[in-house]
Design a protein around this ligand. Structure first.
Ligand SMILES: Nc1nc2c(c(=O)[nH]1)N[C@H]1C(S)=C(S)[C@@H](COP(=O)(O)OP(=O)(O)OC[C@H]3O[C@@H](n4cnc5c(=O)[nH]c(N)nc54)[C@H](O)[C@@H]3O)O[C@H]1N2
Ligand SMILES: Nc1nc2c(c(=O)[nH]1)N[C@H]1C(S)=C(S)[C@@H](COP(=O)(O)OP(=O)(O)OC[C@H]3O[C@@H](n4cnc5c(=O)[nH]c(N)nc54)[C@H](O)[C@@H]3O)O[C@H]1N2
Ligand SMILES: [Mo]
Length: 680
């Protein structure tokens, strides 16, 4: 919290140099620049880019200010890089976002299947919970389906390796075996499932102005099964490297009525150019065997950031979203206008830019002003060189709110010092739909104030004070209570602020003073129609049935070839948080992992004559970087793949990554591109 260079004063760029100023002067400049830009280039020339580390009220203030005040949909957040595929997966399968069950499933399941994520390092608390379950119940099994041997694999009962992108084929192969052996739950399917098919050959979003719209249609169960035909164990093995025996083993676990199965995944599945499809496919498997919305049975998408769910997904700080529903829907716009007390015409019915497009628009000049809060895109955007050059162009004005200097504050025209979460009152919402309130514990240093306060003060200066007409002292509570109205009666009722102040977090759907831990299951969820057993009420137009989607294997946009013969996967280490802005300032953590590196398979290293700690040069079609090779230290990638963490602002791996994304979710794929490795 108190690193030597903690930002405590505002800064303004004067004659090219950032100089410290009074906070008031900086906020005045933000307000006047925003007003001027709107006047000169129109409301859609200003934008805001926020975060899944924003408190719920920060996101809500941003949404009200941008969508209800300025009237632009130029609002996005870093959760687009993280959870978008999970969101569209839930929406297309169940009709409502977010997991059906809760963390109790980690105690109650007996079979845990991980689809390419590293829980021991990235969700260590939750992984410990599974390990504790396993310690008490020897029948508990952990199966690690992965492209790398990691610390997670060390604790698994079985590790199954697969080639990047081939998870699509594996999931289809599992479904095929289930139906061939009659392991499916026919009663559940008969009563609660509908089969769907969408478009294929979607493209990858790498071209300028790329647009995609799906055309879903309902199909028969026979057609669904027919489409699985090609995924024979032989074909799946050819694509994935997973043996017939292992594939049958996996299908056998899902198909075994004695197994209570929790599938868990995170960025391997979401950061995927077919990420929505992969999410659908894992839900498919659980639906096929009726293992959803029951204690210990869950297709459980793990969330990355502390409030990617609570803030970005629930408040809806995304271009197409409103706190309830989407801008395209006139009823949703009317509800927002009513609660916000603004004319309904103020809310623009057309979404503008998703995150990658927003940064492309800043580069192209369609966006002239961007306010970045609580995120560090000049480290974490893919294909970084383009977006860095774009943001620095003449005629662009960038405001950055952060707590430390970063490569993003380096390019800022105004820097606003932010209060950290313990320095202000706020709320977060986590993976299991739990909303958690916290009080301010200590005072922020210097002129630092919360992101919410920064937004409100600028809004007031721009003549939009009426949007935030509450006492400053009760602002968080009042904004939350206003926000809560959006979700009332929409399958998303939340606990009142006073209850949140008393409890250590409360799971929503909160009905009659009680949390619903398992949605869609009549036993736990009073929203379900009596006598229905299960009721997927999110899918109103599909007779309240969940959707099982035909989702084929399609190749990655950039595949290793003779010139760039390796897969490049990027990700994290336990010691650091994302761009390292905070953790690298903690001496113990910095010493533990002081710089980035390139993890290699020993066989590949041997072929290239590379020893541990040798320098290797990595080159993709977008950039080049020299890193130390690490061989068999904490993890080992499969042959033909290398892994590089992205926490190091001095060794920016995102200069090499590709900005291809899933056309349905618009989430980029940071896990796959083609790279050349040379001894340097
Ligand atoms: N200490 C710490 N914890 C964190 C974070 C942090 O920065 N530090 N960040 C948080 C956030 S925001 C997130 S999003 C999570 C991320 O949590 P994870 O997703 O668990 O971690 P990553 O390192 O991003 O992902 C690496 C994994 O991607 C998998 N992978 C590679 N290619 C493929 C593929 O084609 N298909 C599939 N299915 N998998 C593939 C590999 O198995 C690899 O181990 O961690 C959260 N937790
Ligand atoms: N190559 C590669 N790139 C990736 C990924 C990957 O797997 N590989 N993963 C993607 C994913 S899943 C994610 S979630 C993103 C994360 O990407 P970012 O959000 O860009 O990374 P963070 O380091 O979490 O940035 C948070 C920033 O907020 C600051 N901060 C902390 N608290 C506060 C506060 O209260 N207010 C304000 N204003 N600032 C604060 C921190 O100092 C930090 O600079 O990275 C994405 N980029
Ligand atoms: Mo994330």
């Amino acid at each position: 919290m108190y690193g030597a260079d903690r930002l405590t004063k505002a800064q303004i760029r004067k004659n090219g140099v950032l100089v410290e100023v009074e906070l008031e002067e900086a906020l005045d400049l933000v307000a006047s620049k925003m007003t001027e830009t709107i006047k000169e280039y129109g409301k859609d020339s200003v934008s805001m880019y926020g975060s899944g580390q924003w408190a719920i009220v920060d996101g809500y203030a941003a949404s009200k200010f941008m969508k209800g005040g300025i009237g632009t949909n130029n609002l996005e957040a870093n959760a687009r890089l993280c959870m978008a595929s999970a969101v569209v997966g839930f929406l297309t399968t169940f009709g409502l976002d977010e997991p059906n069950g809760c963390y109790d499933d980690l105690d109650q399941g007996n079979t845990f299947i991980l689809w390419g994520n590293n829980m021991a390092e990235m969700h260590p608390v939750l992984y410990s919970r599974i390990l504790e379950n396993k310690r008490k119940n020897p029948e508990v099994k952990i199966i690690d389906l992965t492209t790398r041997y990691t610390r997670t694999s060390q604790f698994a009962d079985k590790v199954i390796y697969f080639n990047p992108q081939s998870d699509l084929a594996i999931a289809n192969g599992i479904l095929k075996i289930i139906f061939e052996n009659n392991w499916q739950d026919n009663v559940f399917i008969e009563n609660h499932v509908m089969f769907k098919e969408g478009l294929t050959n979607l493209g990858y979003g790498t071209e300028e102005g790329f647009k995609f719209k799906d055309k879903p249609k309902t199909v028969s169960r026979e057609k669904f099964i027919e489409k699985l035909k090609e995924y024979t164990p032989e074909y799946v093995e050819k694509l994935s490297g997973v043996s017939k025996k292992d594939l049958i083993y996996l299908a056998g676990l899902y198909g075994n009525p004695k197994k209570d199965i929790v599938s868990l995944w995170c960025m391997g599945v979401n950061q995927h150019t077919r990420g929505t499809w992969m999410n659908n496919l894992i839900h498919n498997i659980h639906l096929a065997v009726g293992k959803v919305s029951k204690p210990g049975n869950h297709s459980f998408s793990l969330t990355g950031q502390p409030s990617a769910c609570g803030t970005v997904r629930e408040v809806g700080t995304l271009t197409h979203k409103l706190p309830h529903g989407v801008v395209m829907n006139p009823k949703h716009r009317e509800l927002a206008a009513k609660i916000w007390n603004v004319p309904v015409e103020k809310i623009d019915p057309k979404p503008t830019y998703h995150t990658v497009d927003m940064f492309r628009a800043l580069d192209n000049g369609d966006i002239r002003f961007m306010w970045i809060q609580c995120t560090n895109p000049m480290v974490t955007m893919p294909k970084l060189n383009r977006y860095l050059t774009g943001a620095k162009k003449e005629g662009r004005f960038v405001v950055v709110s952060d707590i430390y200097p970063t490569p993003t504050t380096d390019i800022a025209d105004v820097i606003l010092p932010a209060a950290m979460w313990v320095e202000r009152e706020g709320l977060f919402g986590n993976s299991e739909r739990r909303t958690q309130q916290h009080e301010q514990l200590i005072s922020p240093p210097g002129d630092a104030i919360s992101d919410m306060d920064q937004i409100i003060r600028v809004a007031r200066k721009m003549g939009m004070g009426h949007l935030f007409d509450f006492e400053d002292k009760t602002m968080v509570k009042d904004l939350y209570e206003e926000y809560r109205q959006f979700h009332k009666g929409h399958g998303h009722d939340m606990a009142p602020y006073s209850v949140l102040q008393k409890e250590a977090g409360v799971i929503w759907l909160y009905i009659n003073g009680k949390s619903v831990n398992w949605r869609y299951n009549e036993k736990y969820d009073p929203t379900c129609k009596p006598g229905s057993g299960f009721d997927f009420y999110g899918n109103k137009k599909s007779e309240h049935r969940a959707h099982m989607w035909i989702r084929p294997y399609e190749a990655a946009p950039e595949i290793p070839d003779s010139e760039y013969p390796f897969w490049l996967c990027t990700g994290r280490v336990i010691e650091h948080w994302h761009s390292g802005s905070m953790t690298r300032r903690i001496p113990d953590l910095h010493r533990a992992v002081p710089h980035s590196y390139c993890e290699m398979n020993p066989k590949d290293a041997k072929r290239l004559g590379v020893l541990d700690s040798d320098n290797v040069r990595l080159t993709t079609r977008r950039g080049t970087i020299v890193l130390k090779a690490y061989i068999d230290r904490r993890a080992r990638p499969i042959e033909g793949q290398v892994f590089v963490p992205f926490f190091d602002e001095n060794l920016l791996i995102n200069e090499l990554t590709l900005d291809a994304y899933c056309p349905l979710s618009k989430q980029p794929d940071y896990k796959k591109c083609a790279v050349k490795i040379e001894k340097a």
